[in-house]
Write a protein that binds this ligand. Structure first.
Ligand code: NAD
Length: 321
């Protein structure tokens, strides 16, 4: 089997490759060619960590595997990112393990690619102002990927701790965009596209904050109990997801569904929009992509990295025998 380290992933996977792999997975899922298996995600009662497994099989790409890991909120004290994960890929023919792939950088790339895919397909025409809530590890990747797919000229940012937004400001400046740290009401009102990527457990953006024909990529809520948006705001939007059932259970839609403001059947598959099977944005409405993350996205990017590694002679061989 092969071993790809974090350094290998950084060298092998660029944002374009991640976007291509993730968009293909959205379509394979929508076509019923790829399936995510039930997610295991548990609080382990130690270090406040959430630990689990995301696995799946893409019969189209012949990708079978699992991502194991989770979220350790105090890792900053150890100089580590809060998300820690590793991917295992298996041969669909035999079940033999074909690769062990470091998953931290990969997670950030695939999560940003999922949000960027939604922006590419659902942002209002002429979107110029990008708002972002959160300035943690994922936020930088989110910002870079959104700037790849949209013609944004200005970035508005909000973070619970405003002093932590320098990295976002530096990215915006390097990419030729203006940057302003703003209040939540200003961000909601002035942004054409909003990315939410915090670990909040209470609504940050209210219904009154968002007024325009905005697209929101809600990426932070990936667990039961987390929340970034007012349920009334979610219920007002036309909602899209990787997997509507998962979003209704553990994504941002869980709260609006739980309150009876909307039903799971109100959430459409983003893959269906990409495949032009489901209508996307229609005029000046509010759209929401509830991106709670699926294992197949990780596996697809890991698989793309492995294929590139084989071509470039990168990574290490480990003997299983
Ligand atoms: P991080 O710990 O590096 O950063 C957390 C961010 O959330 C910071 O900006 C922090 O200020 C903010 N925050 C924390 N608590 C808050 C609160 N109560 N109110 C407002 N802001 C708060 O984490 P990260 O790696 O950047 O991940 C951010 C979120 O994205 C997490 O919830 C994580 O689980 C989620 N995530 C989702 C996916 C997905 O596929 N959808 C993938 C990776 C991460």
């Amino acid at each position: 089997m092969e071993w790809l380290s974090e350094t290998d992933i950084a060298a092998l996977v660029d944002r374009d490759l991640a976007l291509e792999a993730v968009e293909a997975v959205f379509m394979a899922m929508d076509a019923g060619e790829a399936e995510n298996f039930p997610v295991v995600r548990e609080a382990i009662g130690y270090q406040e960590a959430l630990y689990g497994f995301k696995s799946g099989f893409d019969r189209n790409a012949m990708t079978l595997g699992v991502k194991a890991g989770g979220y350790w909120p105090h890792n900053g004290e150890h100089g580590l990112a809060n998300h820690q994960s590793t991917v295992l890929l298996f041969e669909p023919e035999t079940g033999q393990c074909s690769a062990l792939v470091a998953g931290n950088h990969l997670t950030a790339l695939r999560t940003a690619a999922a949000a960027a895919t939604s922006i590419r397909h659902l942002a209002p025409t002429g979107a110029r102002v990008l708002g972002i809530l959160g300035a943690g590890h994922q936020a930088r990747w989110q910002l870079e990927a959104a700037l790849d797919v949209g013609a944004f000229t200005e970035v508005l940012a909000w973070n619970r701790r405003p002093e932590r937004m320098q990295a976002l400001e530096a990215i915006a400046e390097r990419r030729g965009c203006g940057f302003r740290a703003v209040s939540l009401p200003e961000l909601g009102e002035a942004s054409d596209v909003i990315i939410t990527i915090t670990s909040s457990f209470a609504p940050l953006l209210t219904e009154a904050h968002v007024v325009g024909p905005t697209h929101i990529a809600a990426m932070g809520t990936d667990t039961v109990g987390k929340q970034e948006l007012d349920p009334a705001l979610v219920a007002r939007a036309r909602c899209f997801a990787e997997l509507p059932s998962q979003s209704a259970h553990l994504g941002e839609c869980q709260h609006a569904v739980g309150k009876g403001l909307m039903a799971t059947s109100d959430i459409a598959s983003l893959g269906g929009v990409i495949a032009e099977r489901v209508p996307g944005r229609e005029g000046s409405e509010l759209t929401l992509f509830d991106g709670s993350g699926v294992g197949l996205q990780d596996l697809a990017v890991a698989r793309a990295a492995l294929e590139r590694a084989r071509v470039r002679g990168r990574g290490q061989r480990l003997d299983l025998a």
